[in-house]
Design a protein around this ligand. Structure first.
Ligand code: ADP
Ligand code: MG
Length: 287
């Protein structure tokens, strides 16, 4: 559905390349994630894919056609969720969706059902200026779906949402996949990437550092651990790498010398794999 070759891009008036020689393909029905810290180039890539930015080098092919050979009918095939919601404040939620749907050739899907799906049915006739931030974000998300497009682009779809609303959005993304939609999403949230994506690309500083199924990446590059709780004048906890446990003297001595309270194996997290492969953290904290 999407095929990107040697994609490179610099913003006008910027010397350095923001996007550096990206290569990836996304198959029909796949959820493909761009996982990376803030400033990595995720939104820029999405903007290039949806033709909001132009002037790149390399090739972007969508639905078998180069982006430059698409006319505006391209937008009938794609739905876009931007990172920050922008709605017409004086229009109601439903009117915002109706207006948006009118831009497309296809008859809109059942807009009230969409609103209902994200808990906005009761607010359908309320002006969006009176919506809370979370409500605006949910409206923003379903706006991408009004024309039932085959391909969806979601930029940080759960960012800033509380767990309940994030869950609703993630469930819808999975339902879209079940209906055969192809989905490109960006996130700096490793849980979302792990939970949703068939494949993820780790992106830092405009480059893809690794790519694969989350499970596979964790298996290949993560170190599963065994966490052991034991008694030694109080409760203690220690972690051991699962590999070669039988030859791990410290572990064997612990087994012999102290009463064990419990043991749990812990899968490597995508977070750890990300750090191992890119040398960077996903969440940049200023400590
Ligand atoms: N309009 C712009 N002009 C110049 N530089 C920009 C512009 N938008 C983003 N950038 C820069 O491009 C880099 C990537 O940004 P972005 O794609 O938004 O990253 P991400 O979405 O991964 O957080 C950042 O260094 C950012 O400052
Ligand atoms: Mg972004």
């Amino acid at each position: 559905m999407i095929n990107v070759q040697n994609l490179t891009y610099s913003y006008p008036n910027q010397r350095d390349e923001t996007i550096k020689n990206l290569n990836f393909t996304i198959a029909k029905g796949e959820i493909y994630g761009f996982l990376g810290p803030s400033g990595a180039g995720k939104s820029t890539t999405q903007k290039l894919l949806i033709r909001l930015l132009s002037g790149f080098s390399g090739n972007i092919q969508v639905l078998g056609r180069l982006l430059k050979n698409w006319d505006n009918s391209y937008y009938n095939h794609i739905g876009v969720g931007f990172e920050l919601p922008n709605h017409y404040a004086k229009l109601t939620g439903l009117e915002n969706l109706q207006l948006f749907a009118s831009f497309y050739e296809k008859q809109p899907t059942n807009l009230m059902a969409l609103l209902d799906r994200v808990g906005l049915a009761d607010a359908a006739h309320k002006k969006t200026q009176d919506y809370s931030k979370g409500m605006k974000m949910r409206l923003n998300f379903i706006r991408a779906l009004v024309h039932d497009p085959e391909i969806l682009f979601f930029d940080e779809p759960t960012s800033g949402l509380d767990p309940t609303n994030a869950r609703i959005i993630k469930d819808i993304i999975r339902e879209l996949k079940q209906h055969g939609k192809t989905i490109f999403l960006t996130t700096h949230n490793m849980h979302d990437a792990d939970e949703l994506c068939d494949r993820v690309a780790f992106i830092t500083q405009g480059s893809i550092q690794a790519e694969g199924a989350p499970k596979e990446l964790k298996r290949q590059f993560g170190k599963p651990l065994l966490q052991v709780e034991y008694m030694n004048q109080g409760t203690h906890s220690k972690e051991f790498e699962l590999s070669n446990l039988g030859k791990n003297q410290e572990f064997l001595e612990l087994l012999n010398d102290f009463p064990i309270l419990n043991m749990h194996s812990k899968e490597a997290s995508l977070d750890e794999v990300f750090i191992a492969l890119t040398g960077q953290k996903l969440i940049l904290t200023d400590v």
